[in-house]
Design a protein around this ligand. Structure first.
Ligand SMILES: [Zn+2]
Length: 128
């Protein structure tokens, strides 16, 4: 069976609908197949939502809402199917579908490092 969210068959994982931390068990009524990308998205989203529920400071609420908005936008089912999960605050956590990377799920190390442009002298643009 393919991922119930995006339909891909990339690294399928069993997701507990009610998560383990809340007492959800690995029983058929509480499980579904998600690809690795959708599974990661699901739990990342849960974390932000849980943090948001416990937050009352308006500025922090605004930041969390923005995180959620970007996370959702970057991980629409079709996008996850195409290129895997995208974590907007850690680019290196982009998980590419197997076909694009060869063996592993992560991009090669060289691609993970931030590539400073040749012309950049790394001079701070922040006024001192
Ligand atoms: Zn999926």
């Amino acid at each position: 069976m393919d991922c119930v969210r995006c339909g891909s068959d990339n690294k399928l994982e069993t997701d507990r609908i009610i998560p383990g931390i809340e007492g959800g068990e690995y029983v058929p009524e509480n499980t579904r197949e998600l690809c690795q990308g959708c599974h990661k998205y699901r739990h990342e989203r849960d974390k932000i939502v849980a943090t948001l529920e416990g937050e009352s400071q308006p500025d922090r609420v605004a930041v969390l809402r923005e995180r959620l908005r970007i996370l959702d936008e970057q991980n629409e089912p079709e996008k996850v199917k195409q290129r895997g999960y995208y974590s907007y605050w850690n680019d290196y956590q982009v998980i590419l579908p197997r076909e694009q990377t060869g063996a592993g799920i992560y991009p090669p190390k060289e691609q993970m490092a931030f590539d400073w442009p040749e012309t950049s002298s790394r001079v701070s643009t922040i006024p001192v």
